[in-house]
Design a protein around this ligand. Structure first.
Ligand SMILES: NC(=O)c1ccc[n+]([C@@H]2O[C@H](COP(=O)([O-])OP(=O)(O)OC[C@H]3O[C@@H](n4cnc5c(N)ncnc54)[C@H](OP(=O)(O)O)[C@@H]3O)[C@@H](O)[C@H]2O)c1
Length: 300
């Protein structure tokens, strides 16, 4: 049995790990929520890791409010860096692997081809900067780490772009959606499945492929194109009578939707390194989006 401890029980990734864990009977997964361990007060982290004595730690928790982070840099730093540093220290002390999830927002979005893991980081805002600081702490402290950078996460759970767009499409006759930011929409269910799938490898004593990896879906698009995919697939699933089927989707610029924090214009990441080392990539975007929409239609 692989005894796994997850921080971030109620987030998209945490709930996806819970939903997918039954497919991995060789793994037992224990989850900690904010009540059990408030990451803004890292003192408890070490005690809880010692209590659970896991074979591997997954950090699925983060301060993810990208705009709010601009006004709460200290809190974002505590959760995205200080708490992660404490996890890394205890993981290193116990000589167990730490799987830490990070973000495309460590990049500035100026690249013209998919970002590789070695590309220069240059976060545009507080969220990205604090996530990068967390990565750096993990790399400095724990030899046995996997940092998995992902992007544009959606799922049947919590707040996310797919759920927001389904609501807007069904409420409005016309919506404008940003068409000048490119990224890879990634299902948290796929991420969770991939993480659980690599645990037997990662927890083997002779595993040597620790490091930083990009892990995103195989398809790049803009938010506007993503919305059109959501509409097309939801209409196929729910029928033309679905109230969102007729909503007109108009391409907009980022300037038309100013946000407190600047987003990278291009955050497509290459997953070649992950695929080479682990021998698989995430499922096709089409299948993944359909699976999430089906779960939402079924009342997930
Ligand atoms: N969402 C995206 O589009 C995206 C894109 C790129 C990378 N990522 C990364 O992917 C990972 C998973 O993201 P996600 O979308 O699953 O995030 P999420 O849905 O926002 O969930 C974040 C989790 O962190 C927990 N958390 C926040 N502050 C906490 C605190 N002070 N103490 C304890 N727990 C706290 C939340 O607890 P509560 O439920 O109690 O609030 C929640 O369980 C994160 O590392 C994120 O940076 C996400």
């Amino acid at each position: 049995m692989i005894n796994t401890l997850v921080f971030g029980k109620n987030g998209q990734l945490g709930r996806s790990l819970a939903a997918c864990s039954a497919q991995f009977p060789e793994t037992t997964v224990q989850f900690l929520d904010r009540r059990a361990c408030d990451l803004s007060k890292p003192a408890k982290i070490t005690a809880l890791i010692d209590l659970y004595r896991p074979d591997v730690i997954i950090n699925a928790a983060a301060y993810t409010a990208v705009d709010q982070a601009e006004n709460e840099p200290d809190l974002a730093h505590k959760i995205n860096c200080d708490a992660v540093q404490t996890m890394a220290e205890r993981a290193a002390g116990l000589s167990i692997p730490l799987i830490h999830v990070s973000t495309d927002y460590v990049f500035d979005g100026q690249a013209e081809k998919p970002y590789r893991e070695t590309y220069t980081v240059a976060p545009l805002g507080v969220y990205g900067a604090t996530k990068l600081a967390g990565e750096e702490a993990v790399r400095a402290i724990s030899d046995k780490h996997l940092i998995l950078r992902t992007s544009w996460v959606y799922s049947p759970f919590g707040k996310n772009f797919v759920k927001t767009m389904l609501r807007l499409l069904s409420e409005k006759t016309e919506i404008g959606v940003v068409d000048d930011q490119q990224g890879c929409p990634t299902s948290a269910l796929d991420l969770a499945t991939a993480i659980l799938r690599i645990l037997p490898d990662v927890t083997r004593g002779d595993f040597t492929q620790f490091g930083t990896y990009h892990l995103v879906s195989d398809t790049q698009m803009t938010w506007c194109a993503f919305t059109r995919e959501i509409q097309a697939k939801a209409t196929k699933l729910l029928g033309k009578e679905w109230s969102g089927a007729a909503c007109e989707i108009k391409a907009a610029t980022s300037a038309q939707f100013p946000t407190v924090a600047q987003r990278p214009a291009y955050s497509v990441m290459s997953t070649e390194k992950f695929m080479t080392h682990f021998g698989f990539g995430l499922p096709q975007f089409d299948r993944s989006l359909s699976a999430v929409l089906q779960k939402l239609a079924g009342g997930a």
